[in-house]
Design a protein around this ligand. Structure first.
Ligand SMILES: [Zn+2]
Length: 292
């Protein structure tokens, strides 16, 4: 085989790096979508759920459009709310792939791997212990009473940043109410944010309109994509100490039967784990068990 001159090899590599689409991972939740404040928007029985699905899909499409303004992108959207089937699949661009349904091992980040250039969080909300945030909870509002990683109480945004970080993927952007955005930015200050509502409490906020929310998301993502090369993944130190609270003491009791988990008090179990993937699989099992 004839050898190519080194300059030609380098030129070929440079051209292919430029033209190869970047891979961007979008995880989308519903509580932090513009206009969403109550269960009326959050599930199939709610009178405004079908409309909230439109708002949610509109925000995903605004994000996709802004990402693609900065260059070609291969996009995976992970539908991460409730039954995992809220995003209107037929309204996405036809070259986007969508993760749907639960249970799944990587929860809100199913589909992430080390080939992605960045993760983007749309419609996120504050953590279980954040007072005054819209629908604040962590992973399961029905079952869990908060999650701590290495002693720090985390939101889903921080948790998923750590999970992406295990794959070397940085978080570029988050949208949601003010507390959802600032909570993540305290830990990942380089992440850009779009605040689409000012929370008054668990079931109330002053929201912008869906159209304005989409503009804010588009503007924020433009800023995020401009600094893509300088973003660093958020990594938690391993082994990782996990502490999980359960609303029902019987859930904590049952979880404490799992080897490696101990129960420091009636509502809490804890253990030490190798990485975020291990922890996420465990939490997916613990939050999808039938109520005892
Ligand atoms: Zn959530």
């Amino acid at each position: 085989m004839k050898r190519l001159p080194i300059a030609l090899v380098l030129l070929t590599l440079a051209v292919s790096a430029q033209t190869r689409p970047r891979k961007i991972f979008i995880s989308v939740d519903m509580e932090g979508i513009t206009g969403v404040v109550q269960p009326a928007q959050l599930g199939p029985d709610g009178f405004e759920y079908q409309r909230a699905r439109e708002w949610m899909t509109g925000e995903v499409n605004a994000a996709i459009a802004a990402i693609r303004e900065s260059g070609p992108a291969d996009i995976v959207v992970c539908d991460s709310h409730g039954n995992g089937q809220s995003v209107l699949i037929e309204k996405l661009p036809d070259d986007v792939r969508l993760v749907r349904g639960f249970p799944r091992p990587l929860e809100m980040m199913q589909g992430i791997d080390d080939t992605f250039a960045a993760a983007v969080f749309i419609g996120y909300h504050g953590s279980e212990w954040t007072a005054g945030a819209v629908r604040s909870h962590t992973i399961s509002s029905a079952r869990l009473l908060g999650v701590k990683l290495n002693g720090m109480e985390v939101s889903e945004g921080i948790y998923n940043a750590a999970l992406a970080g295990q794959f070397g993927v940085p978080v570029a952007f988050v949208s949601g109410d003010r507390l959802a955005v600032t909570q993540l930015q305290k830990v990942v200050p380089a992440a850009e944010g779009a605040i689409v509502k000012e929370p008054y409490g668990y079931h109330s906020a002053m929201s912008v309109t869906p159209a304005r929310g989409q503009v804010l998301i588009r503007e924020g993502l433009r800023r995020a994509m401009a600094k893509l090369g300088s973003l660093q993944p958020y990594r938690v130190t391993a082994p990782i100490d996990l502490e999980v609270g359960f609303k029902l003491t019987i859930d904590a009791e049952r979880a404490s039967f799992i080897p490696g988990l101990s129960r420091p008090d009636a509502h809490t179990v804890k253990g030490s784990f190798h990485d975020m993937v291990e922890i996420t699989k465990l939490l997916q099992v613990l939050t999808s068990l039938e109520a005892p």
